[in-house]
Write a protein that binds this ligand. Sequence first.
Ligand code: SF4
Length: 222
Amino acid sequence: MSKIKSIISVISDRYEVHDDWEKYNPFETLINIMLSQSTHWRNVDAAMENFIREFKEIDDVARAEIAEIEKVIRPAGFHRVRAIRISKLAKSLQKNYRGYLEEIMNLPYSEAKNKLISLEGIGPKTADVFLMAVRGEKVLPIDVHILRVMKRIGVANDRDGYESLRAKLENEVPPDDRARVHLALINFGRQVCKSQKPRCEICPVKEECRRENVSGQEGNFI
Ligand code: SF4
């Protein structure tokens, strides 16, 4: 077994997997993913409760004032910039897809991803998480936590972009395990290999870890 495979296997066997995607429709799932970036899940949940209560359709969001969206998503933070992105996203979906995300969801993977990336505020990571959540696409999206862990362990290097790191991990993880591994690595990053003060003393992969960039600047993918 390769070193990456064995590290991923140790982490994904130990860290709990949790997702809420089934309770949301596709547009709500997309908003949930956008609000989850760098935000605690409890604050995202509070914002999502408001969002679902206030907006029933993409058209409602497209028609809403920015201030109204800001008020609704305020518990998740960064509400000013996020409200503008959400408003532009809803308007673009309404204009180009008549308010139906399903038109994108049913396309082949590369085409669906390219169309998603062309929308406001959506990058390759958000597109991949969305396709994984709504139709079980067998990808392994790389978020801020996974990027940090992989840099510290020595799997990711400075030349890695989103797609090259995703390919590295997907080469080591069978398609059916990728969603579970994605969620387990995020939990490991939140609970143990934290941004500030990683808990190396209790880390199950400390013997294999190079502990690179432990106090350095974090990257992120959208
Ligand atoms: S040893 Fe420390 S830096 Fe390395 S993966 Fe574990 S918690 Fe992160």
